[in-house]
Design a protein around this ligand. Sequence first.
Ligand SMILES: Nc1nc2c(c(=O)[nH]1)N[C@H]1C(S)=C(S)[C@@H](COP(=O)(O)O)O[C@H]1N2
Ligand SMILES: [Mo]
Length: 317
Amino acid sequence: MLINSKNQIPASEITPESVYLSRRKFIGQSSTAVLVGAAATPAIALPSGWVEEQGYSEGEPIGEKITPEDIATRYNNFYEFGTGKEDPSKKAHVLTTDPWSIEVAGEVAKPGKMQIEDVLKGIDLEERIYRLRCVEAWSMVVPWVGFPVKKVLDKFEPLGSAKYVKFTTLYRPKEMPGIRSIFSSVEFPYVEGLRLDEANHPLAIFAVGMYGKILPNQNGAPFRLVVPWKYGFKSIKSIVKIELTKREPRTTWNRSAPHEYGFYANVNPEVDHPRWSQARERRLPTTIFGGTIATRMFNGYDEVASLYEGMDLKRNY
Ligand SMILES: Nc1nc2c(c(=O)[nH]1)N[C@H]1C(S)=C(S)[C@@H](COP(=O)(O)O)O[C@H]1N2
Ligand SMILES: [Mo]
């Protein structure tokens, strides 16, 4: 299993010498890790040397290597910045991510809007090495820094009536040229959703970093979803709103082409996209020989299968 939650950041490794990575910092204190965004304390992310010490090997299954960082940060899908794979890395640097607030609404006992620093207060950061399988039939292996989605949801106390979670990306045309473009193929703001029990599964995380650093804008800074057993489009970036709902939310790709992109979007080699096979994938970086590997049910994360017991996954694609 591609998961490496052993790598919680030990407080003892958080030293003053920690590297400056951005204006935001991750601070570990006893059992807490706090993301602080104060102009007065321009600072770090993770302890210096932490990434190197991990070696990125323990959590890796045999034969699967971490995708080089420069590929994971330059080959992106983030349509708010354009539809080209290199558009996000070229254009997302203008995005302002500090300050950043997240609104939690709907079927919760404690709705409200919080600064990201407060949302993350008291939550431990972990490294999770996950496969990312795009519906376009390419994949990567990415070391995320994040924490279970459940930890955030629980703070707002979901009610018994909450059955789904709807996530919304920032809508800021001034900083997002893809939104202004007449060529855009989807509607904005980008919206995604999960069933509440899917969101509460321990493999579903919010990421605030990758490769031991603060999340680059093109990868969804400062706060994005990562659901490794589903096609990449479910892993919505730069989230500003989380809504607990009674009914299945209408999601961006499902709205734009319902027969091609379902609400569930579980990785499934047996259910082809109407225009191409999903049986195999190109693991990036692809060699000049262009080989592919077999795609696995749930992207290899079999432990989620019980979430779908009794469901026809061909119909609920
Ligand atoms: N807001 C938003 N989130 C998004 C997308 C997008 O266009 N807009 N693209 C999705 C798709 S199709 C994929 S494959 C992943 C890619 O994540 P990465 O660029 O970090 O690899 O982000 C997903 N999240
Ligand atoms: Mo994707």
